[in-house]
Design a protein around this ligand. Structure first.
Ligand code: PGU
Length: 402
């Protein structure tokens, strides 16, 4: 018999979202009449808009023609890589610094192969659970120590620091995950905060993995949409991004990672060429149909559709935020992000999750699932049809304004 990978055994619990789905099924079995609404997992709900969809359809149709057929293309369509650089990075990066992926989560899961098991990992607390669970899986983090994993530095993001952490706690030569707009708090780092973050990475010899999956939701023009808007970031940061939350590609699967040539290991070796090696070895490229859709999404009509789609979800977010505030529940986020982070002081997150499910038939995400500092919070996702979000708001209002 084989022994289990010890890193797998280190994981404290199952992945957050399947656990929520399990509790939802349990509730549905007990209450078959309940019309359950999900404001839980951040999964897009609205149809892909016509111009972008035409790109997908054309991509599929081309495969049935001799001139349009294509097979493997590990690093992604050249035209798509060039377009991403032009649209999102002012042409700052060459096509060979932009790697097309099947989604941000998938690259987050693969990136730590570059650094192995010895690297100190730093996360915002709370944060998207994949940063921590992925670190545990690869062995960069050890076992659960009561309030966090051994080998992970949790930078608390709380009301007291306006959800931007104390950077003085970053150890030397660390891998820092940073997400803005943040999942789950909805906080967006200002230019000045990101400048401090980049300075802290330089001072400590650390590398930033910047997750910009929600950049399309930023409406305040003073807030940077990419870490590369910050001078000096190209030699201390790489960035993952995605078409999931912008174009509604959660099921289509398409993302990218920017790995600048300027990034180097301690011995001077190129991180870019290692990433190319890793990607070519264990990834065979994103679907060519999805990439055709991605190209359409980055044409002017597609960019207008991205704006319209993210506006729709932001309007949902405003409805949820107003409902909670009227009910006297303090919350942040939802203005430049699709998540609202609601505070239930002194309460256990899973208990509040159960209360909202029980009394409103609304599924949410318990804050503690995102890290120790998420305790006593609930994340509301704005991904939903308008009518269902309105109904969820009615139920929340009538329960909390009793
Ligand atoms: N990065 C962040 C910060 C995310 O919140 C998510 C999705 C992703 C990346 C995934 O992007 P893809 O390009 O689609 O791979 N977070 C959702 C979905 C849950 C999950 O497990 O990914 C959420 O509800 O937090």
């Amino acid at each position: 018999m084989l022994k289990r990978n010890a890193s797998l055994a280190n994981l404290k619990a199952g992945y957050l979202f399947p656990e929520i789905a399990r509790r939802r099924r349990e509730f549905a079995a007990l209450h078959p009449q309940a019309e359950i609404i999900s404001l839980g997992v951040g999964n897009t709900t609205e149809p892909i808009l016509p111009h972008i969809n035409r790109g997908l359809v054309a991509g599929a149709a081309a495969l049935s023609t001799p001139e349009g057929y294509s097979g493997y293309s590990d690093e992604g369509l050249l035209a798509l890589r060039e377009r991403i650089s032009a649209v999102y990075y002012d042409g700052l990066f060459g096509a060979d610094e932009i790697f097309i992926s099947d989604g941000a989560k998938c690259d987050i899961g693969r990136l730590q192969l570059l650094f192995g098991t010895g690297v100190p990992v730093v996360v915002q607390d709370p944060s998207y659970p994949v940063y921590v669970d992925g670190s545990v899986l690869i062995g960069a983090a050890g076992s659960w120590q009561g309030s966090g994993y051994h080998g992970i530095t949790y930078l608390a993001c709380t009301k007291d620091n306006a959800y931007f952490p104390d950077l003085a706690q970053i150890p030397r030569n660390a891998l820092i995950y940073f997400c803005s707009p943040n999942n789950p708090t909805g906080a967006v780092a200002t230019r000045e905060q990101l400048e401090r973050l980049v300075a802290a990475a330089h001072e400590t010899g650390s590398l930033l993995i910047f997750d910009a999956a929600y950049a399309a939701y930023i409406r305040d023009p003073t807030l940077p949409q990419t870490i590369f808007a910050i001078e000096g970031s190209a030699d201390c940061a790489l960035e993952v991004n995605s078409f999931s939350k912008s174009a509604g590609f959660t099921g289509v699967r398409l993302g990218w990672t920017v790995v600048p040539h300027a990034l180097h290991y301690a011995d001077g070796g190129s991180i870019n060429s290692d990433w190319e090696r890793v990607a070519a070895t264990i990834f065979n490229g994103a679907s060519n149909i999805a990439q055709a859709g991605g190209l359409a999404a980055l044409e002017p009509e597609g960019l207008a559709e991205i704006r319209a789609l993210s506006d729709y979800y932001l309007q949902n977010a405003a409805l949820i935020r107003e409902t909670l505030q009227h009910a006297g529940i303090a919350c942040v986020g939802g203005d430049n992000s699709p998540y609202i982070w609601a505070s239930f002081p002194g309460r256990d997150s899973w208990e509040v999750f159960a209360e909202i499910l029980e009394h409103c038939s609304v599924v949410t995400t318990p804050g503690s699932g995102f890290g120790p500092a998420g305790e006593s919070f609930i994340r509301f996702s704005a991904f939903g049809h308008r009518a269902t979000v309105e109904e969820a708001c009615r139920r929340l209002q009538s329960y909390y304004q009793r």
